[in-house]
Ligand binder design. Structure first.
Ligand code: FMN
Length: 129
């Protein structure tokens, strides 16, 4: 189920940093998102051509918003620290990891994302084949 999504990184709620898993929020047309909502393993290619294994969330952040129409594509780039705002990214979705969930606490979400990242590391290996 490989899918490519491209777009510019926009400012999100800036909560990802607090959670310990900063994400690049990629601005996309709703109709560019053929995948259903979920958490995915994949790769992000930066404007300079560098590639990062990434944990990708496609969804509406149900832990924080009870009812929102906005579906976001967010990528946490593994082993990357820096600023991506305004940059054009190519996001490649490779494998579905799990469904979006509404967690009772932020700590539960953090524990789950930690596990997601470990799973992504095993799936999205580098250098990519
Ligand atoms: C790998 C990964 C998995 C995620 N899974 C969920 C989820 O199951 N439920 C949820 O409400 N949000 C999930 N999120 C989204 C986070 O809620 C979101 O990244 C965080 O609130 C920061 O949002 P911001 O970038 O707008 O500040 C996930 C994010 C990542 C990177």
């Amino acid at each position: 189920m490989r899918q490519i999504i491209e777009g510019i990184v926009v400012t999100g709620d800036q909560r990802g940093r607090e959670l310990g898993f900063p994400t690049a929020n990629v601005l996309v047309d709703e109709n560019q998102v053929a995948s259903s909502e979920g958490v995915f393993a994949g790769y992000v290619t930066r404007a300079d051509g560098t590639i990062y294994a990434s944990a990708i969330s496609v969804g509406r952040r149900p832990t924080f918003y009870a009812d929102t129409a906005q579906c976001l594509v967010e990528a946490h780039l593994l082993d990357f620290a820096g600023d991506l705002y305004g940059e054009h990214l190519i996001v490649e979705i490779v494998e579905h990891v799990r469904s979006q969930e509404r967690f009772e606490s932020v700590d539960e979400l953090i524990d789950q994302i930690r596990e997601d990242v470990a799973n992504v590391r095993a799936i999205a290996t580098l250098p990519r084949s």
